[in-house]
Design a protein around this ligand. Sequence first.
Ligand code: AMP
Length: 637
Amino acid sequence: MGKYADFYRRSMDDKAGFWAEQARLINWHTPFEQVLDDSRLPFARWFVGGRTNLCHNAVDRHLATRPEQKAIVYLSTETGQEGSYTYRELHAEVNRVAAMIAGLGVSKGDRVIIYMPMVPEAVFAMLACARIGAIHSVVFGGFAANSLATRIDDAKPKLLITSDAGMRGGKTILYKPLVDEALNLAQNPPDKVLLFRRGLDADLAWNAGRDVDWAELRARHLDAEVEPVWLESSEPSYILYTSGTTGKPKGVQRNTGGYAVALAASMKHIYTGRAGETMFTSSDIGWVVGHSYIVYGPLIAGMTTIVYEGLPIRPDPGIWWKIVQDNRVNVMFTSPTAVRVLKKQPPEYLHKYDVSSLRSLYLAGEPLDEPTARWIADALGVNIIDNYWQTETGWPILSSVPAIEDLPRKFGSPGFAVYGFDLKLLDERTGQEVGADEKGVLTAIPPLPPGCLTTVWGDDKRFVNTYFSNFENVLAYSTFDWATRDADGYYFILGRTDDVINVAGHRLGTREIEEAVSAHPAIAEVAVVGVHDEVKGQAVMAFAVVKDAGRTATPEATAALEKEVMATVDRELGAIARPARVCFVTLLPKTRSGKLLRRSIQALAEGREAGDLTTLDDPSALEQIKAAVAAWKSGKA
Ligand code: AMP
């Protein structure tokens, strides 16, 4: 057997021994009494009785060995600001923020929503929450007031931390008016809003009883020292909302000890990041990649992490490689979409900089197509490692594990089962395992390894029903992805089994977008599907029925309505969910029992056959979709 095969086998056959060994990668305040309690599956508890703290492991632990090493390098090509924080300085900042939020009444178990752009203060806020045992929920800055309000109502935070504005592509996006609107919409708004001013909003509206100024409060806590609160391993560290098939996002709940161990192990075995080295992950703290591999993973590993606000092509398409050169980046992590964007740029930008420090580029979040993988592999001359995972798992399910054994990679495959994941490809109907090269639903047999979601916030039933109740005779976690596995154990992802769309690596629920489109008063009904997009992987496309045919009587009226609908989605959910096109029809394809035939609509929109139509109610509905797609493709609509 090969080295990795051995390693993997041990993670299956001797879970307790395997994970007890990995647990030594972090500090424990109180040792655990039991590695795994799997007496209540699918609920699992790792490192039972052990007490630790994420912030201690990410910050304090390094004070003795690397106090003057940079922990965070910050740069914004939007504002031109640059800077860095050593571990000693990061420790001081995090203590200040911990004291600030504790002074605002936040304590262990309280939720704190963080709605901030990519500034170091956002990282301080996350770490400060972790330090005092408060549960953070970071909401991506691209989400609109309504989305923010939904998350506020679910998490019921004691405090919301925000900033006056973010910037993207040279445009200022004001956060504060959006936060004010969200707090008006929410049923359970927090009492206090802590606001970090970047000086980007000249007309900032101040709510005197509620809003607290970050800088003023910080000035009162300059010498603060706040002891970490030692959490039992299974106590929650954060909630991160993600989209599914319903209109209501799910709060993925993460624990403390298991997450810290899983990240420390993944930094060592998968990402090969060593203390003293530098990691550049071009995501946003609002996504799981940002949580695991901008903030917690690299810091737990004692690395320098790059916090970058900006696009990959501004001021020019060489900016990332300049960042790599200037900071001697060793490990980089980005999305296939970003690489496809760069692929469209003149190639000389890649060769302008010295990227010899770079060992590997990791790509995740969406399928990596072979031409893109080949292009970046040739251009950079480093290892390109596709890895597959989800908000729910917090770290890779499928990957190469190069630090254990650098097995060959196959184009089009994110690799093989990662240690700890007992993966099975199951037949959708029978729950039986499928054979080599046969398509099945990718599932993991519980217990899920450390670091994965432990439940859905406030809703254990939803956790079990959504993820573990998809097969009759077998308790299996469904990833909701189709996959095949070849005879060598390499997996190939074939797309989602549910109605989730993946735009530029970000997950969007069709139901959510449909609800947002329907918020426009002229819309009677709508179907939203994801269609193939050359750069973003998928694009959102909406087919809508209007209440009053007059609204689409002329091409001008139709175009105006389409714009209005897009603006409605921007307002309801955020611009990331905005449909690329809204096509108007008088009828949607449905089954005789009234269920939308989304799959058929999607197939037609992608120029494929509509599939099984035996249950279709009115065939003319499909003709309308075909006509709308044809008109769109010929550029007439
Ligand atoms: P999210 O939770 O938003 O990160 O989305 C997770 C989903 O993105 C997965 O269920 C897959 O559908 C898709 N995904 C993530 N990584 C990959 C990958 N390397 N290859 C193919 N699909 C991926």
